[in-house]
Design a protein around this ligand. Sequence first.
Ligand SMILES: Nc1ncnc2c1ncn2[C@@H]1O[C@H](COP(=O)(O)OP(=O)(O)O)[C@@H](O)[C@H]1O
Ligand SMILES: Cc1ncc(COP(=O)(O)OP(=O)(O)O)c(N)n1
Length: 272
Amino acid sequence: MTIFKALTIAGSDSGGGAGIQADLKTFQELGVYGMTTVTAITAQNTLGVQGVFPSSADAIAMQLDSIGSDLAPDAVKTGMLFSKEIIRIVADKVRHYHWRNLVIDPVMVAKGGSPLLQQEAVQSVITDLLPLALVTTPNLPEAEILTGMSIRTLSDREEAAKVIVQMGSQYVVMKGGHDASTDQIIDLLYDGENYLYMENLRIETRHTHGTGCTYSAAITAELAKGKSVHEAVQIAKLFIQSAIEDQLGMGSGHGPTNHFAYQRRQRGEIHV
Ligand SMILES: Nc1ncnc2c1ncn2[C@@H]1O[C@H](COP(=O)(O)OP(=O)(O)O)[C@@H](O)[C@H]1O
Ligand SMILES: Cc1ncc(COP(=O)(O)OP(=O)(O)O)c(N)n1
């Protein structure tokens, strides 16, 4: 039996809904062996982020070397990277170990508004990381910051996706969850030539903590198994929809999504 391996380079979320914890749960549920490089420890729960403690440059470089020298990942994703220095180390190691199937989730701000990427590091995401990316998965505010565009219409989204591909990412998945003007959520997948729109009805819930991390982790897991980007994104979409719909209802703020839900759905235990 072949077990494929995926690496997440991201921050730890003590509450377990986002970051490294969401990524590992997603990898496991999709049958992929998960590995980690912790870029920061956050003290976090459903009410917000109470503290951010970045890892040292040495700690990050050594984790990446330990993996790179022994456990070649089939796919890699990045989440919270926090600083220019961390981005530079990650980009250097991705190039050094020739890691392919790189998914960049350009995490910038947590739902409660806490910054997870320093403002001065945005340019490093563009210059150091995007040229290495197979897929980049910005939400709408992140796409606006990366491109410097104001994104209001669907044609703005197409234009912004084009700019991100010009920056070097081969594919862009622009997530539409932040468009509060409609109950229809529209994600856009752009491969440099064609646009694929994926639409679904907004699920009414406050328990959406970690949606972006979980979605990009599911894409990464499917890429690790050898799926095409289009196939990986379609499966990831089902994974995140199930995880949002089959609510756990934890905590008194924005609770985590349900990482068990996709497999429960596959087994016919729930119908979401
Ligand atoms: N309330 C919701 N109902 C259904 N799908 C959602 C909901 N919120 C987010 N999603 C989906 O979850 C994924 C992540 O979305 P988004 O909230 O835009 O990104 P992020 O979590 O990075 O801010 C996207 O596929 C989006 O369509
Ligand atoms: C450690 C850590 N990484 C990333 C995030 C952001 O996660 P995201 O999936 O964008 O979900 P929200 O936090 O916006 O709900 C995080 N909070 N913590």
